[in-house]
Ligand binder design. Structure first.
Ligand code: ZN
Length: 131
């Protein structure tokens, strides 16, 4: 089951300046976390039941670095919370949808995540987040 929008991921060039900007807009930063598996640093901003995640690449190899270089800063993905990520991936696969991750990997907060390819979602990179 898909429960809610978990977060919206926004790719930024510089996390500190992005944080300053979002603070000026009235947002409060809950935490800053490095996710070595994804080669990113993430500022977590609670917004009601959901979050905004500002994401900065920590390596040129990061998909976020490539995204910012190609398309500039902006919305990178939308993440939805699911009860069971293995089932969500299996359902998508059985429906013939293209997955970026066939198996869950580790995301922010150590949660299990996986991405669905934008060609199967009308151009939006979709992330499943379990729990
Ligand atoms: Zn995300």
């Amino acid at each position: 089951m898909i429960n809610k929008i978990d977060h919206i991921g926004i790719a930024v060039k510089n996390l500190e300046s992005a944080i300053e900007l979002y603070k000026k807009l009235g947002f409060e930063i809950e935490d800053i976390e490095e996710v070595p598996e994804q080669k990113v640093r993430v500022a977590i901003i609670p917004v009601g039941e959901s979050k905004i995640e500002l994401i900065e690449a920590t390596s040129e190899e990061s998909v976020i670095a490539k995204f910012v270089e190609k398309r500039g800063e902006g919305i990178h993905h939308i993440a939805v919370n699911v009860d069971n990520i293995s089932r969500a991936l299996q359902n998508a696969k059985e429906s013939g949808l293209a997955l970026i991750d066939e198996e869950p990997k580790k995301g922010v907060g150590g949660k299990r995540i996986a991405f669905v390819h934008p060609k199967s979602t009308k151009g939006v990179l979709l992330e499943f987040v379990e729990g």
